[in-house]
Design a protein around this ligand. Sequence first.
Ligand code: FAD
Length: 319
Amino acid sequence: MTKITDHIRNATGKPIFSIEVIPPIKGDNLKNLLDNIEPLMEFKPPFIDVTYHREEYIERPMPDGTIKKIVTRKRPGTVGICSAIMHRFNVDPVPHVLCGGFSREETEDFLIDLHYLGIDNVLVLRGDPAKPFNTFKPKENGYSYASELVEQVCNMNKGIYLHEGDTALSCSNFCIGVAGYPEKHFEAADHTTDFNYLKQKVDKGADYIVTQMFFDNRKFFDFVDKCRQAGINVPIIPGLKPLSTRRQLTVLPKIFYLEMPEELVKAVEACENDEQARQVGIDWSIQQSRELMAAGVPVLHFYTMGKSDNIVKIARELF
Ligand code: FAD
């Protein structure tokens, strides 16, 4: 399969269209997910990201009065979905690979599975704290930061595995993406600190950056300028989420630590129902995308969050 950086290099003129999908809730049908992707194939995405969802902890009262801690996973199936996408659409899947919930050995096995499937792209992330906790804790013998995981993937690309000494083993060939935050990662003390750690991920071997969603292009342009000034020269892919309900006006800033532009807030507040808000979100996203295209971004990467009808409407205007 083709590396994301090669897809970008091979693109002619226009930016590439790509999407991120999330695995369905456990028990749901894969068919719905694939049916949602199908209409977007018209716009020829060369790659599709598939998120990874770590374990969660539930405290369940037992008949004897004790509390049992139960580990559960709401959205398993990232690797299976990647394989289904490859075979159904002949598109490169980009599985998200997390530090959270994995020991280094489990990460190695996970990467080996991806390599066997012929998957050559990964988005490397730390992951958020396991619910319901507020602070991130690495698993025993796991990693605290995405940069450490980038290092492990780079080592596998050189044929260096965890416990094999200098035995010559075959090399993987992963193209590595990492996350960037135009509005700062919520845990970072300030932009400069966050930025230095982003540079560390790239210095350790990340090939490209995908940003958190943003609704104000100025934040993205400032972010790219600062990256270039700091000598980060890898492609930076803007992540875009079309606002789709009135509620998202307050929910998205809380979940993703971002600001909504005043103009967008006013337009959504004037809506009488979610249908109108969805149209405002589509129009805003088209406007944002046109400006990003004019600025020469390599890819427009849309977060579908399980729905594609609004993204179809946006893509029809742009591609
Ligand atoms: P890191 O780069 O490790 O940074 C985490 C924090 O630690 C930052 O505040 C950073 O400034 C700081 N930091 C970094 N290195 C160091 C260091 N050496 N010393 C001290 N501080 C340091 N989450 C999921 O669970 N599943 C997904 O599929 C998923 N997909 C995502 C896709 C994109 C495009 C984005 C932007 C985010 C995604 N997330 C996903 C969310 C992500 O896991 C969280 O935002 C997480 O809190 C941070 O991940 P990271 O890889 O940016 O972490």
